[in-house]
Write a new protein. Structure first.
Length: 239
């Protein structure tokens, strides 16, 4: 049984089909990549998986149970957490307080939430920043805070939405190391990323989307060499 399965998932907004008949499965212990040109529907897939949007058609199963009718907070409590492409921390709270807010999805006790937040910030290598207000952080550390907040929810599967966007080369390398450390700790990862060097180096399997539909699936090498993927990114002349 796969950890996460999408079966013929479609999402329409009025007459616009943002995602069409999406089917793939993420196995426990994988790093699974989701790529495609801008506007391909990748973030919409995440929004449907974590319950922000209900699918128009299809089924989503997590550990063999349907979750497509559940609210985001119910899905997160089952072990699915995500980060967001546009980071919006609680600017006036400290880093530690921001992470504690996420930890309260797992506990009602302040001391336990603080302990979980301390663990998540340490794992994300943010100990030196935890008393800074979130609004004062540079972009790289705000992205790191997104990871810490998600980790405080104790996920079995973590959905990463462009956590590398806007980072300088040193920050990219540090974030790769942290993502690999998260994976080695036993967390399955589904990642959207435009940085091809990153996604090709850390993913075990990849799905490529274009205009809301899956056009290729396979290993990084198979997807990178697929003519339909090359055409989607570079045009028919290059394919």
């Amino acid at each position: 049984m796969s950890l996460l399965e999408l079966k013929d998932v479609t999402k329409r907004f009025g007459g616009l089909q943002a995602v069409g008949h999406m089917t793939f499965a993420v196995e426990k212990g994988e790093i699974f990549g989701l790529i495609g040109p801008n506007g391909a529907g990748k973030t919409t897939v995440f929004n449907v998986v974590n319950g922000y949007y209900p699918p128009t058609e299809g089924q989503i199963l997590f550990k063999g149970e349907r979750i497509d009718a559940l609210k985001p907070y119910d899905i997160s409590r089952r072990g699915l957490a995500r980060t967001f492409q546009v980071v919006k921390p609680l600017a006036r709270l400290t880093v530690l307080e921001n992470v504690m807010v996420s930890a309260f999805s797992r506990t009602d006790h302040r001391d336990e939430a603080r302990a979980m937040a301390l663990e998540a910030t340490a794992f994300s290598e943010m100990e030196a920043w935890r008393d800074r207000t979130a609004g004062s952080l540079p972009l790289g550390m705000r992205k790191r805070l997104e990871l810490a907040r998600a980790l405080a929810m104790k996920p079995e599967i973590l959905l990463l939405d462009e956590n590398f966007a806007g980072l300088n080369p040193a920050e990219v390398e540090k974030t790769i190391a942290i993502v690999r450390k998260i994976h080695e700790s036993g967390v399955t990862i589904l990642i959207i990323e435009h940085n091809m060097r990153v996604i090709m180096s850390i993913s075990q399997r990849i799905v490529c989307m274009c205009y809301g539909e899956k056009i290729a699936e396979g290993t990084p090498q198979e997807v990178a060499n697929d003519p339909s993927v090359i055409e989607a990114y570079l045009g028919a002349a290059h394919a």
